[in-house]
Ligand binder design. Structure first.
Ligand code: NCD
Length: 343
């Protein structure tokens, strides 16, 4: 495995091909080892992992906590509603309280873009060694979801060797509310970074034209892109144009809580135009898997019977792979001494 030099994990725009390789290789090892009960791995023994989630979560938080416990870390979770935030404490002071209690890793989810990055910067400035892992910030980034999706696809395409190479030249269609999706943004960096071509599909109100150039400029704060040649991004407005030739379909939840205006007039017509069901996937002309990061609105992004059809839907696989992928991330940032690592 190559050298890992990320002290925090904030965004996949700064990942190299070797970084993707390291995560997938480790995730695959963890996926094959039973780690429940007395069979926990000792890698994070004596480390404290804290989940600071300022937004609701089912999958991400629980799977990070299970991943940390499987590696023998101590786990503490923070709940905004019963904390001193309601008494006026700042987010940074809350985080510093956990750092003072000995937190080695803070996993942070927040509704505003850049909160995990700012926290990481502030802790570094204060001379703290604590690592920050982004559990999803605003519309910006959800790196652990992007990586578990990547691992799920790599496993599907190449079960014996699920490496980033399995994604090369594959055509992945991402359908739905791209505009409000941090999952889509992380997937765009990860998939194009591994050489897949991405077709984005949705109505103009949920998918602005500018997404076609999403990975063209060097990532924010960097002079050059660490990936010399990325896969391409194209926009198609209908599933009839997007699906022929697809190798996999990724659907996204309509993020109604993030929409400032009513961008969708009618859920029924949304399902008619962009919902994925058994009939629609025939447009791909071959058998393809369907992914969704969850939570799913049954009958909106995908039909209920497709979601439950395990020969096509990889949604439960994504959840399983989420634990192994998050074990890999925790291992990479916390199992060894991080004092010489940069961002
Ligand atoms: C996603 C999120 O919170 O960004 N969910 C998740 O982490 N599995 C996507 C969503 O909320 O739709």
């Amino acid at each position: 495995m190559s050298d890992w030099n990320h002290r925090h994990i904030i965004d996949l725009s700064t990942f190299s091909e070797e970084d993707y390789e390291s995560v997938l290789e480790l995730a695959n090892r963890f996926r094959s080892i039973p780690t429940t009960g007395s069979r926990k791995l000792p890698a994070l023994q004596g480390k404290l992992v804290v989940t600071l989630f300022f937004e609701p979560s089912t999958r991400t938080r629980s799977s990070f906590e299970l991943a940390a416990r499987s590696l023998s870390a101590d786990v503490q979770s923070f709940s905004p509603s019963t904390s001193s935030l309601s008494k006026g404490e700042t987010l940074l002071d809350t985080a510093r309280t956990y750092v003072a209690m000995g937190a080695d890793v803070l996993i942070v989810r927040h509704g505003s873009t850049n909160v995990p990055a700012q926290l990481a910067k502030a802790l570094e400035k204060a001379g703290e060694q604590t690592a920050v892992l982004n559990g999803g910030d605003g519309l910006h980034s959800h790196p652990s979801q992007g990586l578990l999706d990547l691992y799920t696809l790599a496993r599907y395409f190449s079960p014996n060797q699920p490496s980033p190479k399995a994604l090369k030249k594959k055509k992945i269609v991402i359908v739905g509310d791209i505009l409000h999706s941090r999952v889509a943004r992380s997937n765009l960096w990860a998939l194009t970074g591994c050489g897949a071509d991405v077709i984005l599909c949705g109505p103009p109100s949920l998918l602005p034209e500018s997404f076609e150039n999403f990975v063209d400029a060097p990532p924010p704060g960097q002079q050059i892109d660490l990936i010399p040649k990325r896969g391409k991004i194209q926009i198609k407005r209908t599933l009839e144009e997007a699906l022929p030739g697809a190798d996999a379909i990724m659907t996204l939840r309509l993020q109604k809580e993030r929409m400032r205006q009513n961008l969708i007039t009618n859920l029924y017509s949304y399902h008619n135009n962009y919902g994925i069901n058994h009939e629609r996937i025939k447009l791909c002309k071959k058998k393809v898997p369907v992914l969704h990061p969850g939570p799913v609105n049954r009958g909106v992004e995908m039909s209920s019977d497709l979601l439950d059809d395990k020969s096509i839907s990889l949604v439960e696989e994504q959840v399983k792979n989420g634990i192994a992928t998050r074990m890999a991330l925790l291992y990479l940032i916390a199992a060894k001494d991080t004092t010489n690592q940069s961002k």
